[in-house]
Design a protein around this ligand. Structure first.
Ligand code: ATP
Ligand code: MG
Length: 557
């Protein structure tokens, strides 16, 4: 999609207005702020494309900031994978990656300032008591018995919290706002909690850690982020975001919310993805069935197709469920343009051409990509014995079956017209060989007498083809919303048949070109990608997506 065709969604509109009004001197600085507690998923891709996309469009840049304020779940493996994924998606962040933990000192200073202004106090209520005091959406909360502490006492207690004098959970630093506020987030929210944990970057320097709502707005403000774009569930947190920044009179970053991506037949919460990876329901975070960026990459998705998907789904203020068929449509659309075609037989049955000389090998010309002439041609070996798909043959086919059957003539792609006249069966009556004759005058796939055939099928040489392990994937879950069930665990909906491993016969030239990551179309069966497990001695392919495009049938939700 070109720049001009892009729909002017509401975030673009806001930024466009701000720039033309000269707000922030016309500068645009966005950020992508993942917490390094898991691998990125397709939902994050939406946020990445939006943040990096709009900044670039308006001459700005985007910070990559790790929101690492919870030491218990974060680590460097995630930091590394996130950087790799953002780069792979095709985005370049502004300068070095940034870390919220770099700002712990500043955040601590800001808290002291809030205490001095009488806007924060140390509270001794336990987590359970805090919850009880908070009230409900319809009932106001109750004021903390510790709210009346003097500024000096608060400063002293907060210092001692920092010094490690108190156990986890025994005290919090709270904002003093309004326990009767209709917005629960404004009822004296906790700003700091005590946590004697080792942080992967700051080690044991800290035993108090800032809460998300307090930390995030300060991170934005410290970096002078002009437009802090986040998902809709943070809309109710915005008054607190603004309250903190206004109280401290610091750079006034502004928060804007958009609807998160939800995809059918999958889960997107990192906590749930972690369970799938750790409990062995999949082979890891990058299992090709996972909705993670690394899983999609391994499956054969291209960065272009993911970016295009994010463009197509758009940016709105309404939560909805996106059909996975749209994502598949986007990857097909791109792979159709860029991949070479090749022939592979996934479920082989042997064809013997009774009038073809034994031992003869013809190297036939095959077009690599009918969509792209510059992709050229390749040679495909044709021999007396071939393999075709079992499903491309019926002994006694109905009239509408245009593939091979006894007495039927079909085109073998790039080769000849073949007519079947007999089959050989084993003792159980299973067909083991299909006997055909070929018409030598139809070389290349056309008859000089102009006669037509209804079907064209793919094939490989029995003798010259090579074997490959092929991994076929189905949806990871059997229901569209696996995490919607109130009293059911999402794992109860795992699809037991989401992976099928088969042995296929493929064109021999693939042995030379199919490095891990190599993508191609196996004619008529789908787009495939060589897996990192693949080696010259054992090729392994993942099916990215079958060929049939079901998008046409999908209803707009
Ligand atoms: P989880 O709730 O699974 O832990 P998260 O939202 O906490 O995910 P973060 O690492 O905090 O994950 O997310 C980084 C950024 O990506 C945030 O700005 C968040 O709003 C955005 N994001 C996360 N999930 C989605 C999604 N499904 N669609 C769009 N944006 C998302
Ligand atoms: Mg989060």
């Amino acid at each position: 999609m070109s720049q001009e065709d892009k729909p002017l969604h509401f975030i673009r509109q806001i930024i466009s207005d701000d720039v033309s009004e000269g707000k922030n001197e016309g500068k645009v600085l966005t950020r992508f702020p993942p917490e390094p507690n898991g691998y990125l998923h397709i939902g994050h891709a939406k946020s990445i494309c939006l943040n990096f996309g709009v900044a670039k469009e308006f001459g700005g840049v985007t910070n990559l900031r790790f929101d690492d304020t919870n030491p218990d779940t974060e680590n460097v493996e995630y930091v590394k994978s996130i950087q790799e994924d953002v780069k792979w998606l095709g985005f370049e962040w502004n300068g070095e990656p940034l870390f919220a933990s770099q700002y712990f000192d500043k955040m601590h200073q800001f808290s002291i300032e809030l205490i001095k202004q009488g806007k924060a106090y140390v509270c001794d209520l336990s987590m359970d008591e805090l919850r009880a005091y908070r009230g409900t959406p319809t009932e106001p909360g109750r004021e903390s018995p510790y709210m009346g502490r003097s500024i000096d006492e608060n400063i002293d207690l907060f210092q001692r919290m920092k010094n490690g004098e108190f156990p986890d959970g025994s005290k919090t630093l709270r904002a003093r706002i309004d326990m009767a506020s209709p917005n629960m987030h404004m009822r004296d929210p906790a700003l700091y909690r005590i946590k004697h944990s080792n942080h992967y970057r700051t080690g044991n320097d800290w035993c108090i850690y800032p809460m998300y709502d307090y930390a995030h707005c300060l991170e934005d403000s410290i970096e002078c982020i002009t437009h802090s774009i986040c998902t809709l569930e943070f809309e109710v947190h915005r008054p607190l975001y603004d309250w903190v920044l206004e109280s401290l009179d610091v750079f006034p970053s502004r928060q804007y919310e958009f609807a998160r991506l939800n995809l059918g037949y999958t889960v997107m919460s990192k906590r749930k993805l972690l369970q799938l990876a750790e409990e062995g329901h999949v082979s890891g975070w990058d299992d090709p069935r996972m909705p993670t960026i690394s899983g999609l990459r391994r499956r054969g998705y291209t960065p272009e197709s993911i970016r295009n998907f994010c463009e197509v789904i758009g940016v709105t203020k309404f939560n909805s469920l996106t059909d996975i068929a749209l994502l598949e449509h986007c990857v097909r659309d791109h792979l159709n343009k860029v991949t070479h075609r090749t022939m592979a037989v996934l479920d082989p049955i042997k064809v013997v051409i009774t009038n073809y000389p034994e031992g003869q090998v013809e190297e036939l010309d095959a077009v690599n990509n009918p969509e792209d002439e510059s992709a050229g041609t390749r040679k495909v070996p044709f021999t007396r014995e071939l393999y075709i798909e079992r499903s491309d043959f019926m002994e006694d086919p109905p009239r509408k079956f245009f593939r091979l059957g006894i007495g039927r003539e079909v085109r073998f792609r790039w080769a000849y017209f073949l007519t079947c006249h007999d089959v050989v069966k084993d003792a159980e009556g299973e067909i083991i060989e299909i006997h055909c004759t070929y018409d030598p005058l139809t070389k290349g796939g056309d008859a000089p007498d102009g006669r037509k055939v209804k079907g064209t099928i793919h094939w490989v040489s029995a003798e010259k083809s090579i074997t490959a392990e092929v991994r076929l994937y189905d949806r990871l879950f059997t229901v569209e919303k696996p995490d919607a069930g109130k009293d059911k665990d999402f794992k109860e909906f795992l699809n037991p048949d989401s992976l099928q491993v088969i042995e296929a016969r493929i064109e021999p030239h693939l042995a030379k070109v199919a490095e891990p990551g190599y993508r191609c179309q196996f004619e008529r069966t789908g787009y495939f990608c060589a897996d990192p497990d693949s080696s010259p001695s054992k090729l392994v392919f993942n099916r990215t997506v079958p060929l049939r495009d079901s998008w046409g049938k999908v209803k707009n939700k």
